[in-house]
Design a protein around this ligand. Structure first.
Ligand SMILES: [Zn+2]
Length: 99
């Protein structure tokens, strides 16, 4: 199965683009990661944070879709610390605090 397709680009080619977007850690999801999921087993806590600039080894990187669907295990508590994104006017539904 070795189709000798000569890759003219050397090993340096794969190093280009240091700031390429990180992708969601979920299998079969190729979306760009926007949030980081961290666990603390001792306190049974789960945090969702904005994706930091520097990758953290213990952080699971998720796209918005999967970050919004994180389910916290029974007995654990979750804390979504992501900053609220501005909601497009068309998507605004009646706010629970508005009136
Ligand atoms: Zn995803």
């Amino acid at each position: 199965m070795s189709s000798a397709s000569a890759t003219a680009a050397g090993p340096l080619a794969s190093v280009k683009g240091m700031d390429r977007p990180r992708l969601c850690d979920r299998p079969a999801c190729g979306a760009v990661a926007t949030a980081g999921l961290t666990f603390q087993y001792i306190n049974r806590k789960v945090w969702l944070d904005d994706l930091p600039d520097d990758p953290e080894p213990s952080m699971i990187e998720l796209c918005t879709y999967h970050a919004d669907r994180v389910s916290v295990p029974v007995g654990w508590s979750g804390d979504d610390r992501r900053p609220l994104e501005p909601v497009p006017a068309a998507a605004q539904v009646s706010h629970p605090l508005a009136g």
